[in-house]
Design a protein. Structure first.
Length: 220
C-alpha cells in the first residue's frame, strides 16, 4: 500500500515538476539525479575502516570524495533542500556498497534542536529514510544531541574531538533490543570523522555486534 501511494505521488510529481539535473539543471528524460555528463564526474571511492575504541572499529562507506556535483547537494540547506537530501539518499543506496551490508537498524546522526529549528529538517534523517524505503529496514533515532556544539568546520583538527565530547547521548530506548545487532550510522559528510566517532561511541553502550557508517561524501 505504501509503495503504491509512493508510486502515484512520484508520477504526479514528475508531471507537475519534470526532472532536471541537480547540478547543471539540464532537463532529464528519466527520473535521475544527475545527467550522464555530471554523473561521470562522480568518482567512486573505496571503503575504509576507522577505530572507535581499541576493541571496536567501524567500516565507512561513501559514494565519493567531497567535490561537485555531490558537494552542491550537500550544501543545499536552503528551503526546499529536503528534496536534495532525498536525492542524496538515492545516490547513496545506488552508488555505494551498502546494499551488500546486512544491517538491522538505520541510525541517523541527530541535530541539536536549535539547528533543526533553524533548518527545518535533518539531512541525515532524510537520507536515512530513503535507505529505509529501499532496504526495508527501520530508522531508529537511538541518539540525541543535547549539547549545542560549535560548527566543526570552524575548528582545528585537535579541537573537533573536544567539541563533540558528550555531544551525543542515547535516547530512552530498550537497550536489550539492540544488543548484538548491526547498526548503520548515517550522515551526509565525513571530514575528520569526529562526529561519526562520537556517535558510534555513544552507540557502543547498546552493545551492538557491528557499527557500519554510510555517508554521501568522505573527504580524502
Amino acid at each position: 500500500m505504501i509503495k503504491t501511494v509512493s508510486t502515484i505521488y512520484n508520477t504526479i510529481l514528475t508531471i507537475i515538476a519534470p526532472p532536471f539535473c541537480a547540478y547543471c539543471k539540464k532537463f532529464l528524460i528519466d527520473e535521475l539525479v544527475f545527467c550522464a555528463q555530471c554523473k561521470s564526474n562522480i568518482i567512486p571511492i573505496v571503503s575504509i575502516t576507522r577505530p572507535i575504541t581499541k576493541k571496536y572499529s567501524m567500516k565507512v562507506f561513501a559514494v565519493s570524495d567531497y567535490k561537485d556535483p555531490l558537494k552542491k547537494l550537500i550544501l543545499a540547506k536552503r528551503w526546499g533542500a529536503i528534496a536534495a537530501s532525498r536525492q542524496l539518499g538515492q545516490l547513496l543506496w545506488k552508488m555505494s556498497y551498502i546494499k551488500q551490508v546486512n544491517f538491522d537498524y538505520i541510525v541517523p546522526i541527530p541535530l541539536h534542536w536549535t539547528r533543526f529549528a533553524r533548518r527545518g529538517f535533518n539531512q541525515a534523517q532524510e537520507i536515512a529514510q530513503v535507505i529505509a524505503q529501499e532496504s526495508g529496514k527501520p530508522v531508529i533515532n537511538l541518539l540525541k544531541r543535547p549539547k549545542r556544539t560549535a560548527y566543526q568546520s570552524q575548528l582545528t583538527y585537535a579541537q573537533r574531538s573536544q567539541n563533540l565530547k558528550n555531544a551525543f547521548l542515547l535516547n530512552n530506548v530498550a537497550t536489550n533490543n539492540y544488543k548484538n545487532k548491526h547498526l548503520l550510522l548515517v550522515d551526509d559528510l565525513m571530514t575528520t570523522g569526529a562526529t561519526l566517532h562520537a556517535g558510534a561511541r555513544a552507540l557502543l553502550q547498546l552493545k551492538p555486534q557491528t557499527i557500519t557508517v554510510a555517508v554521501i561524501c568522505r573527504v580524502i
